[in-house]
Write a protein that binds this ligand. Structure first.
Ligand SMILES: NC(=O)c1ccc[n+]([C@@H]2O[C@H](COP(=O)([O-])OP(=O)(O)OC[C@H]3O[C@@H](n4cnc5c(N)ncnc54)[C@H](O)[C@@H]3O)[C@@H](O)[C@H]2O)c1
Length: 430
């Protein structure tokens, strides 16, 4: 028997995932829920969905096995807890939570229910993160020294969803503090090292834009910062500088990881981003006179621009050379938007030629959630990892409010030892 998935929230983002859930071989049926009846009816018709629900409460009472939350960013923890308590497995768009208390309650609820909770963090599945994770786990980086990551996304791109869902009071929530949405940058580092941010000093940029969004009197969070930049100490003795910017001309995510033996450095290339991998091979008698052998490899540009101007991967095409055990009938078909540096071999054939998003990550997010539920195992982006992605930002924002005060980040622990992670190569470490 396949799973029944309830997609909750069909605003800007949720609808991108509906066809993926529908096509996944582990899923029998997809339901939709939204508090806007017109939006709900339109999306149900578009995707041929038979069952719809007016809100999360009604979806929780339905016979669905899993709920995938694509609601506004500050709503997720209470809604995920409600769904878990109703006996549903939960997939949740980022962030997981906006306070430390919410994180604790979420962790406790996952533990007590034993249900699957996966945070849908896109950076974890991006090609560069996957590339670095594999090399880091093999030891190619040596010891972690420094990580640099950023998620720069200008406010202009958020006006529409905020206005559409927020009505007349949309400015109250458009001022959402950047560091309460830290997961895209944090995961670029912790999705490679699986350690923890332990303390932070953060500064905020007080916004002056005439749109008047970041006004302390209007803001639900009393927030005036549109950009926040933080320096973290990591539990393996390293350092990381993370930016969350919402008022900036240059866009999107970027990462670099510096180790004692290898580094991966990313920079904008003519056509999108590219990464440079540098590796030092220390000969056995290094220390006497030898200079270590250095290998520098410029990775092919990871992205190219398509005609609409959106950065995207070409997609991986099944060929005679890479077809593996799959049917020869599939030769010439593509996993759209997926890079050769992502683990596309794990994807089901049903995802060939299906529209994808966020640099090929959507297919991995959906597939891994369904796999985790069916196997009764944890996704690598389980609730304890989600806590490690979100708590650093919550404390960083508090530090910014205190003009950079150095603050400790609490530890929410690791999964119970008998709860296996889907990919056993990635256990959390202290
Ligand atoms: N790269 C990424 O990971 C990424 C990218 C885009 C968006 N997101 C996340 O996805 C989420 C959704 O973003 P969006 O732009 O689609 O927002 P949106 O405002 O367009 O859509 C949210 C929808 O949730 C619905 N909703 C809220 N409460 C509900 C309830 N109780 N029951 C049923 N429906 C409810 C709203 O009516 C709305 O239609 C956000 O949390 C955002 O952070 C993540």
């Amino acid at each position: 028997m396949g799973l029944k998935i309830g997609v909750c929230g069909v605003g800007q983002f949720g609808p991108h995932f509906v066809p993926l859930f529908q096509k996944h071989p582990g899923v029998d049926e997809v339901y939709l829920a939204d508090v806007f009846p017109d939006r709900l009816a339109e999306q149900a018709e578009k995707f041929g969905v038979r069952k719809t629900f007016p809100d999360l409460d009604a979806l929780c009472k339905s016979d669905c096995d899993c709920i995938a939350l694509y609601t506004q960013r500050w709503m997720h923890a209470p809604q995920a807890i409600q769904a878990l308590k109703a006996g549903k497995h939960v997939y949740c768009a980022v962030p997981a939570a906006v306070t430390l208390e919410e994180i604790q309650e979420l962790v406790d609820t996952v533990k007590s229910t034993g249900l699957t909770y996966m945070l849908g963090e896109t950076s974890y599945y991006r090609a560069q993160t996957h590339y670095c994770r594999e090399r880091f786990l093999k030891g190619d980086f040596g010891r972690f020294v420094y990580g640099e990551a950023q998620y720069h996304h200008d406010m202009a791109h958020f006006y529409v969803p905020y206005m559409n869902s927020g009505g007349d009071s949309w400015k109250a929530t458009a001022s959402y503090p950047p560091m309460l949405y830290p997961t895209h940058s944090v995961a670029f580092v912790l999705g490679v090292t699986f350690r923890r941010m332990i303390e932070v000093s953060c500064f905020g940029y007080v916004d002056h834009h005439p749109d008047g969004i970041f006004d302390a009197d209007l803001s639900l969070w009393g927030n005036t910062f549109s950009n926040e930049s933080a320096l973290f100490r990591t539990s393996d003795g390293g350092m990381a500088r993370l930016n969350e910017f919402r008022r900036t001309a240059a866009g999107m995510g970027r990462m670099s990881i510096v180790g004692t033996h290898g580094t991966y450095e990313e920079q904008p290339a003519e056509r999108g981003m590219s990464g440079v991998w540098t590796w030092m091979d220390f000969p056995p008698d290094y220390g006497k006179s030898e200079i270590p052998y250095a290998e520098t490899a410029k990775l092919y540009p990871l992205k190219k621009k398509d005609v609409s101007g959106i950065h995207t991967f070409d997609g991986v095409e099944l060929t005679e050379e890479n077809i593996g055990d799959r049917s020869r009938d599939l030769i010439g078909k593509r996993f759209l938007g997926v890079s050769a540096a992502q683990p596309w071999q794990c994807l089901p054939d049903e995802f060939l030629e299906v529209p994808n998003g966020h640099d090929g990550t959507h297919v991995f997010l959906v597939h891994e959630f369904i796999e985790a539920v069916q196997a009764g195992q944890l996704s690598p982006n389980h609730v304890w990892q989600a806590a490690r992605y979100n708590a650093p930002g919550i404390v960083a924002h508090e530090s910014a409010k205190r003009d950079g005060e150095l603050m400790k980040i609490p530890d929410f622990g690791v999964p119970p030892a008998d709860w296996l992670v889907l990919d056993c190569s990635v256990p959390l470490r202290s």
